[in-house]
Design a protein around this ligand. Sequence first.
Ligand SMILES: Cc1ncc(COP(=O)(O)O)c(C=O)c1O
Length: 409
Amino acid sequence: MVKLELFEVDHWILTHTTNIKHNLAHSYCLPISINTLGLQFQDAHASSDPVSSVLSTPMDYGSSMRGSEELRAKIAHMYPDNSSGHLSPENVLTTPGASLANFLVIFALLGPGDHAIVQYPTYQQLYSLPRSVGAEVSLWKAKENNGWKLDTHELKSLIRPNTKMIVLNTPQNPTGAVIPKTTLEEIIKIAREHSISILSDEIYRPLFHSISPTDPDFPPSILSFGYENAIATSSLSKVYSLAGLRVGWIASNSSSIIDLCINARSYALISVSHIDEYVASFALGPACVDNLLERNTTLVKRNLALVESFIEEHSSICEWVKPAGAPIGFVKFTRSGEPVDDFELCRSLLDRKGLLLVPGSKCFGDGKHFRGHVRIGFGGDTAELRAGLKALGEAIKDNYSALSPLLSE
Ligand SMILES: Cc1ncc(COP(=O)(O)O)c(C=O)c1O
């Protein structure tokens, strides 16, 4: 039987749903309704009702094993290609969310006897699932004291004869760090030399709030380097504000990887709901998508400034590596220089102030790493974030030592 480890971050959030007054545990941009999407963000030429034309569509499985053609064409357009302009829609598969996209890639490409190298810290699915399908996993640890940078010499040293996959996540959950373009180039060079596939979970693209597209290290998608065995996954959940729609995708330069994923897709889902795909296609329509991204980038930049000034004001007890992308950051809380018990800190904040945050060592560090760290989501409503930070500041002022025991106490 496949052994699945407890999915800590979801378990933490879904088992702490009562007494919440301020929810800063989420990792997406302020969710949007389909009505608002249709009325405020529509393509000037589109109908104002995003669901009307799908109502008369026969509810069959669809005519493609890859998903809606219209949606795949829009997704393919996001991936510029050096030679032919854009990725072909044939190289895209739709899925219910990035969770299923990652699941299918790992399920299709890894198994017992294989080895995967996974960037760390990251979203738990990306290392627990390879272990569950029987692969060995090495964690490639980013250095917090070096801006969460990854060392490619270390990557080389982790490679084994049976290494089949390198797993990346950029912008990254929980730190919001991005892998610079030069590092991506080095990773691809190493992967190419050993014919290793690269799975890059790019769910937080293209929300880059603190690195300019003119920066030489601004990271393109993993698919834009022309490496055949690269795979990108993503969805509309985070930066497109549509988590409840459950639409994501797998995109790859390799038609043989796509074929393996099509086969896995048949086992796991057959097709994605036509209604979901239709609304997703509406949201990714040219004018709609630009408006949505502009709304979210403005929101996240404004909110980031609030979190930054909170951290500056409380610099004697907390610090972070400022994220470059994504509406999340990983804040380290200390007392007299020692990391606090982040699990107890999060529990007390919920009990005393109704403030929900994510304890880093529990949800991202197997209880061993990232002690004192807390993930904060700042993609939500600005007034709610302001109220949440106020509650946090008050709790700290009331009695920080009672709120945040040190681990040895
Ligand atoms: C890095 C990463 N990948 C995938 C997912 C899953 O997203 P979804 O299935 O909603 O698209 C998440 C959700 O938090 C995530 O942070």
